[in-house]
Design a protein around this ligand. Structure first.
Ligand SMILES: Nc1nc2c(ncn2[C@@H]2O[C@@H]3COP(=O)(O)O[C@H]4[C@@H](O)[C@H](n5cnc6c(=O)[nH]c(N)nc65)O[C@@H]4COP(=O)(O)O[C@H]3[C@H]2O)c(=O)[nH]1
Length: 948
């Protein structure tokens, strides 16, 4: 323990240490006040702990006023005493203790001596007396030798007075020079217990000894408190003489004869004197006799033992020295009773009297000291706590107002002062309600809550923030917590927490979490939430809601060509226009990308929905100026689900609207479609197909077949068209018509198309490495692949990777693809052309080509659709179309390829009209790479020159 801590520990135990020190000083010194307290304690404790005694077996023959009045002046002729002794002896008393000093010879001595001899049980008194005439020491006053010679025993009647002047104790033995005389009570007891045997008195000749320097005592005996229990029977001396029969009551008792009349010597002050007056010495000795006989006499503990026990008792709390609290204070305080109780207990068990006053007072001193120290510590703690609380109150951001149980303001911290614009002094003692009225309209609510808080004594937090008008007029949101003060709710603390910014931030976050950042429209999460709610409400109220899934047509093109900035602007404008098309309560949400979802509630009928969908399409088709000077025409496809008719489930209804939108899109866009159940099956199959295609691409289940293209005039192989096949895991070979549409719809066509380009170029490279005839390979690209420029990159890297010459690759795109988005396709085809790759327009004749556009495209080849070729020999129209197409292509400098040539007649017709190339079953169906190699080998210079 460090010195400072030790000093603190000592200081806190100062009370106990002081008490111990005091005990060390006062106990050995026999400090009188302490002694007096111990005597008082003895008088109080002894009667309580005294053991039960046997019935009183002593009596007094009292020389009282009546006897003096009857027998004349004292001293009497000792013959009278002889008569009494005889009477008592005849009555059979156990012993006779005479508490009268027969120090000088007197008349009747002879008779008395004879009577004493006859009785043989008379004990005469010996007493100390201070030496007279200036002599020092103590005289021992004995009976005259004559009487003494006939006494059964002598007993001293010396009584020690305590510090308070009261007689409580006698000494077992005392005497001048040496303690040779038993106490009268003891001597009488000894005689009472003996059967007429001869006495053995010490033989001193002189009846009055010279003064001895000191009166010696030994065997201190504390007597019990003189209460009724030890009181002897008292019979008046004269009555005994007059009524001899009275002596019969005294049979077997020890009888003490002595004066009780006032004015004669021998009265003693005892602890009972305050109630009963002083006690005659004879009674005192008779009581002493009873006490000794009953074993009710006690020894006093030596001061050293008392001191040791006192110190031990005080040391325990000094060492433990617990922190003070009410329980401990009371518990420890009750220990003050321990010393007296322990004294009483020891007294009863061992007849040892341990004075308890030093320990009791020491404990009180230590306890008070401990109390004072702890009180000081508590006060200091309280002061610190108060300072802390004050500092906390001043530093916290909350406004704190304290009110009393009458709702008057007691305290306000600086934040509260700012909130009210009032200094504490100006607000103190004002009613809280008055103050609130100035700043908030929620006074009633606060008043009520405060009332509940005080009544129920519990902390309450207002569920909603309070709108508080600040002194400068700004309004802030405060969250209020009211807590009761004290266990009996003597007041309350109102803590106002400014949550204005937090609420704003929360609502900002909430808005961000539920709204699209670009358009500010509700996002998916909020839409779904509202949709759930709207569906539940529509279900309950039997009304109708409509969910419109809006998808912009060809938005990607805008994004790719004009950049994302313009794309974003378009989306913002679309959001505005869609919002303008619906009612205020409806929800226009951005679903993602170029998709929007509109939720309309409380609708009357389907036509109303159709009208709005129509309005939306119309609004969107108006020119959009995404960038200054760039006017765009938009269109959209809308799918509509009606709830709860189509479905009462939000997710399902969304899916339905999505399918309907898809249908609208497939119909060419710029239209709306209501969901119908048949879309369900279609979409299910489509979904299945999509996932199978995805797996096929991953598992490399696709392969390319190649169909030879033959120069009609020479019959030579001039090209191969790569046609995709899907070989499923079970070996089934699936033709493209069965899966290309699904691949296009799902977007998987991009991946598949890329694979085709790479596979075709790789195959061409392989053939080339084998020295086979290099003929151009034509690959089909879909409309989707043509929607951006990625395909150009794919072609470029495929050529680079394979090392195949660009002239060995040809791209086929259908007429409808080319015409659908002519401007974009023109750009794409130019890029492809710049690579040196040829471009063919497939299925020519099925679409409605614009000649001017066709002229702008860098097309090297036109492929006449097989549907025209099929009937050229039988259908004049088809024949005319084919003829016209050949002429047109030639006029534009293009090569013409006829597809689906199956017969010689068809071939002849084509040859006649100078069609350049024939492709069809007549020459060969599409063949796997291994089989088509025969064609290549046959055409290779030095190999075979004709077709197989
Ligand atoms: N009736 C008849 N048909 C003949 C004859 N000779 C060839 N054919 C078939 O005609 C189709 C010619 O291909 P297409 O017009 O480009 O039409 C192709 C093409 O548009 C598309 N396609 C094929 N492969 C791919 C590809 O790799 N990518 C893309 N995007 N489309 C492909 O699938 C369509 C169908 O391909 P296929 O089933 O392979 O069908 C091929 C071919 O097998 C004939 O004498 N009579």
């Amino acid at each position: 323990m460090n010195p400072a801590r030790a000093a603190r520990a000592l200081a806190s135990r100062a009370g106990w240490l002081f008490a111990m020190l005091l005990a060390c000083i006062t106990l050995p010194a026999g400090w009188e006040p302490l002694q007096r307290l111990d005597l008082l304690a003895y008088d109080a404790i002894e009667p309580i702990f005294r053991l039960q005694g046997t019935p009183v077996r002593s009596a007094i023959v009292a020389i009282d006023e009546t006897s003096l009045a009857a027998l004349g002046r004292w001293p009497w002729n000792r013959g009278v005493h002889a008569e009494v002794v005889d009477r008592l002896a005849e009555a059979g008393v156990a012993a006779i203790g005479v508490s009268i000093l027969f120090a000088e010879p007197g008349p009747g001595d002879e008779r008395l001596a004879d009577a004493m001899t006859r009785s043989g049980r008379v004990v005469l008194a010996v007493a100390p007396r201070a030496a007279e005439h200036g002599a020092s020491g103590v005289l021992e006053v004995r009976p005259t030798p004559e009487l003494r010679a006939h006494a059964a025993a002598l007993g001293h009647v010396d009584v020690e007075l305590d510090a308070d002047g009261l007689a409580r104790r006698i000494f077992r033995r005392a005497g001048s020079s040496s303690p040779q005389w038993d106490a009268l009570a003891l001597a009488t007891l000894r005689i009472a217990g003996r059967n007429n045997e001869a006495s053995s008195l010490p033989t001193h000749e002189a009846w009055l000894q010279s003064a001895s320097p000191i009166w010696r005592r030994e065997g201190e005996m504390l007597l019990p408190y003189p209460d009724e229990r030890g009181a002897p029977i008292a019979i008046s001396y004269i009555r005994l003489l007059e009524q001899p029969a009275l002596a019969d009551q005294l049979r077997d008792k020890a009888v003490f004869i002595g004066t009780t009349a006032s004015g004669l010597d021998g009265a003693l002050a005892t602890p009972a004197s305050s109630q009963h007056g002083s006690m005659a010495a004879v009674e005192f000795h008779a009581r002493a006799y009873e006490a000794v006989r009953n074993g009710q006499v006690y020894r006093s503990a030596a001061p050293t033992l008392t001191l040791a026990l006192t110190l031990l008792f005080l040391a325990v709390p000094a060492l433990v020295h617990p922190r003070l609290d009410i329980g401990r204070a009371i518990g420890l305080g009750s220990l003050v009773l321990l010393p007296p109780l322990a004294s009483g207990f020891v007294l009863a068990r061992t007849q040892l009297w341990i004075p308890p006053a030093a320990a009791t007072i020491g404990f009180i001193i230590g306890y008070l000291g401990w109390f004072a120290v702890d009180l000081r510590r508590s006060r200091r703690g309280l002061r610190h706590a108060r300072q802390d609380a004050d500092a906390t109150l001043r530093s916290i951001a909350d406004a704190v107002v304290t009110v009393d149980d009458d709702c008057r303001i007691v305290l306000m911290n600086p934040v509260a002062e700012r909130l009210t614009g009032l200094p504490l002094a100006g607000a103190q003692q004002r009613r809280l309600g008055e103050l609130l009225d100035t700043f908030t309209e929620q006074r009633a609510q606060i008043d009520e809550t405060l009332g509940v808080c005080l009544q129920q004594r519990r902390m309450i937090r207002l569920p909603e923030p309070i709108a508080w008008r600040m002194p400068d007029g700004t309004v802030c949101a405060l969250r209020l917590t009211i807590s009761p003060i004290g266990e009996r709710a003597e007041g309350a603390v109102l803590a106002f927490n400014d949550v204005t910014e937090a609420l704003a931030a929360t609502s900002r976050l909430e808005h961000e979490a539920t709204h699209d950042t670009l358009t500010g429209l509700p996002n998916r999460a909020l839409l779904l939430d509202r949709l759930h709610h709207a569906l539940a409400q529509a279900d309950r109220r039997c009304t109708m809601i409509a969910l419109l899934f809006v998808d912009l047509d060809r938005f990607k093109r805008i994004n790719d060509s004009l950049g994302h900035h313009a794309g974003d602007r378009v989306l913002e404008i679309v959001a505005e226009r869609l919002t303008a098309a619906v009612r205020g309560g409806d929800t226009v949400a951005r679903w993602g990308g170029d998709e929007f979802v509109v939720l309309m509630e409380n609708l009357d009928d389907q036509p109303a929905v159709a009208a709005i969908a129509h309005k939306m399409i119309e609004l969107l088709e108006r020119d959009v100026e995404a960038e200054p000077g760039t006017n765009l025409a938009l269109s959209c496809s809308i799918g509509i689900g009606v709830g709860p008719r189509d479905s009462a489930d939000a997710g399902t209804l969304l899916l339905m609207a999505d399918r309907a939108m898809y249908r609208a899109k497939r119909q060419g866009g710029g239209s709306y479609t209501f969901y119908s159940p048949e879309m369900n099956t279609w979409s299910r199959d489509r979904l299945k197909m999509e996932s199978a295609l995805r797996a096929a691409l991953q598992n490399r289940e696709f392969e390319l077949h190649y169909q030879p293209q033959i120069d009609i005039r020479s019959g030579r192989l001039v090209g191969l068209e790569a046609l995709i096949r899907w070989r499923r895991a079970d070996g089934e070979l699936i033709r493209p018509d069965a899966f290309i549409p699904a691949a296009e719809e799902s977007g998987l066509i991009r991946g598949i198309g890329d694979w085709v380009i790479r596979e075709a170029t790789s195959q061409a490279a392989r053939w080339k490495s084998e020295g086979l005839l290099p003929v151009p390979l034509a690959v089909n690209v879909s409309a989707q692949q043509c929607s951006d420029m990625n395909v150009v990159d794919t072609i470029r890297s495929a050529l680079e990777d394979s090392g195949v010459a660009p002239a060995m690759l040809k791209i086929e795109l259908t007429e409808s693809t080319a015409m659908h988005d002519a401007e974009r396709v023109a750009e794409l085809l130019s890029s492809i052309d710049r690579l040196g790759v040829g471009v063919a327009v497939d299925d020519f004749g099925t679409g409605y080509s614009s000649l001017s556009l066709l002229k702008r495209f860098p097309i090297s080849e036109l492929k006449i659709d097989k549907s025209f070729v099929h009937d050229i020999t039988s259908d004049a129209d088809d024949a005319a179309i084919v003829r016209g197409t050949i002429a047109l292509a030639h006029s534009l400098g293009m090569t013409v390829v006829a597809e689906g040539v199956e017969t010689q007649a068809q071939l002849r017709f084509l040859a006649r009209h100078r069609c350049n190339i024939a492709q069809g079953l007549l020459s060969s169906p599409p063949l796997p790479a291994d089989e088509v190699r025969n064609w290549l080998e046959a055409s290779a210079p030095g190999l075979r020159r004709t077709a197989p």
